[in-house]
Write a protein that binds this ligand. Structure first.
Ligand code: HEM
Length: 465
């Protein structure tokens, strides 16, 4: 009854469609990202008033020009149950986020950038190519291989070590974690957010989500213990070491946010944020190369011309505008994180005359930015050339925000860009990608917090160079 009489839309709030009793507009959520026309509107997600920001202008006006105001995460029952609003990615905006953000940025700079990281990603590429080679040009589903290879890059920063492609425990953990990314955007998750008493309903996908999360956290605790066994204090070799140093240093500070729980949550968030996204991008990139052989041919011509058979070096990234253009177009067109990660207002806000109270959930429709006709011509066409000028030089676009903007923008952007460049270039240098005879891939994505291609088979044929 409390849910029924809850005030649905605060005064001065942006307008939105009429909500159904109890569930509000939950059923319209899966179509939200396709709404590109309105600057701002609202939805009632089972009593949770939510603001949707659409198009580049709206997102820039809020996330960039009112960066702090829009820097919070919503205290949804699901997130409270999963990470108690701690950790890093889902952390409330405040001291906890600042401490974890600073530590992660420093670790990414120290362990995850420059020549050393480039070398380590290149090494992983060799393992990846070797595993692809094992299929001898026969059809295979690249999902697991790409996932393993990509997750190993974050593993190097977090644990200082990679996991072999036949490590079934690690793979199982990633599998159920990524299943949770899908479940977190399901109707069940929103029903749980609207009616937290559903915790006591023994069936439903929300229960699967809780079971998966418990298994993931148990596994992470075990490996964190394993990787910190030989730790030398104040001489960190990876994120776990650096975190434990912070925990020890702040042991007497009652208000510190560094804790064993937050260590587990932040490690989990870094693993999944780094793996799910980059993996999906590369899977889309492979799919589009097989779908458009002419684009693939141009990519390979540039690779052959610039690299002449040698492995790519750090400086080559700027020398390969066509490869850059293709990867940018994949990020624009495929929208792996279509609605960003849910934000919330950290204080009362005013946007174009509408009032948005503090603590309101905000959805950033990044998909709408990439299909915003004010900034892109023929946005529904896959066309890497839009990122090239008439001399074939790479050009940036303002309305290109796959990593979002503002205080909470993606922390792994540089690393992701480096990974995509290296995995993509080395793969296409060695193999020609094509679909098995008669196979027609589906281009409609599997919906979740991320958009991933539906499973497909591909043949990687060794190229003659
Ligand atoms: C946040 C996209 C790769 C770590 C985000 C957000 C987006 C995004 C859209 C939401 C930002 C917001 O709240 O507005 C992507 C894409 C990637 C990618 C498209 C690959 C192509 C990575 C990698 C890592 C990473 C490789 C690290 C290993 C994070 C973290 C956050 C985040 C920690 C949360 C930041 C915060 O709350 O302060 N990412 N990401 N991401 N990403 Fe990424």
């Amino acid at each position: 009854i409390r849910q029924l009489v809850k005030q649905r839309r605060p005064r001065g709030f942006p307008p939105g469609p009429t909500p159904l009793p109890m569930i509000g507009n939950i059923l319209s959520l899966s179509k939200v990202f396709l709404t590109v026309r309105f600057f701002i509107f609202s939805l009632d997600l089972g009593g949770i008033s939510t603001v949707i920001l659409n198009g580049y202008d709206a997102i820039k006006e809020c996330l960039y020009h009112q960066s702090e105001v829009f820097a919070d995460r919503p205290s949804l029952p699901l997130f409270q149950k999963m990470t108690k609003m701690g950790g890093l990615l889902n952390c409330k905006y405040g001291r906890g986020w600042m401490e974890h953000h600073k530590l992660a940025v420093n670790c990414f700079r120290f362990f995850g950038s420059g020549q050393r990281m480039f070398g380590r990603i290149s090494e992983e590429c060799l393992f990846f190519l070797h595993a692809v080679e094992q299929h001898q040009g026969k059809p295979f589903n690249p999902k697991h291989l790409v996932t393993n290879a990509v997750s190993n890059i974050t593993n190097l920063i977090i644990f200082g070590q990679r996991f072999t492609y036949d490590d079934s425990d690690f793979q199982h953990m990633i599998e159920i974690f990524s299943e949770n990314v899908e479940l977190a955007a399901s109707g069940w998750a929103f029903l749980y957010n609207a009616f937290p008493w559903m915790e006591y309903v023994p069936f439903g996908k929300h229960q699967k989500l809780f079971r998966n999360a418990n298994k993931v956290y148990d596994f992470l605790l075990q490996i964190i213990k394993r990787f910190s066994q030989d730790r030398v204090p104040q001489s960190p070799q990876h994120y776990i070491d650096a975190y434990l140093d912070e925990m020890e240093q702040s042991a007497t500070d009652k208000a510190t946010s560094f804790s064993q729980d937050n260590l587990i949550f932040s490690v989990g968030e870094l693993i999944i944020a780094g793996t799910e996204t980059t993996t999906n991008c590369l899977r889309w990139a492979m799919l589009y190369m097989a779908l458009y052989p002419r684009i693939q041919e141009k990519v390979q011509m540039e690779i052959d011309c610039i690299l002449n058979g040698r492995p790519p070096a750090l400086e080559d990234k700027q020398r390969m505008p066509y490869v850059e253009a293709v990867l940018h177009e994949v990020l624009r067109f495929c929208n792996v994180v279509p609605l960003g990660i849910f934000r919330a207002t950290s204080q009362d806000a005013v946007v174009r005359g509408y009032t948005i109270p503090r603590g309101t959930m905000v959805i950033t429709n990044l998909y709408s930015v990439h299909f915003d006709e004010k900034y892109w011509s023929d946005p529904s066409i896959f066309c890497p050339e839009r990122f090239l000028d008439c001399n074939g030089k790479f050009v940036r676009h303002e309305a290109f925000l796959p990593f979002s903007i503002g205080k909470r923008h993606c922390l792994g952007e540089q690393l992701a860009r480096l990974e995509m460049f290296l995995f993509f270039t080395t793969l296409l240098q060695r193999f020609h990608l094509q679909f098995p005879e008669g196979f027609i891939p589906s281009l409609s994505p599997k919906l979740g917090m991320t958009l991933q291609p539906r499973s497909y088979s591909i043949c990687a044929i060794r190229r003659q160079q």
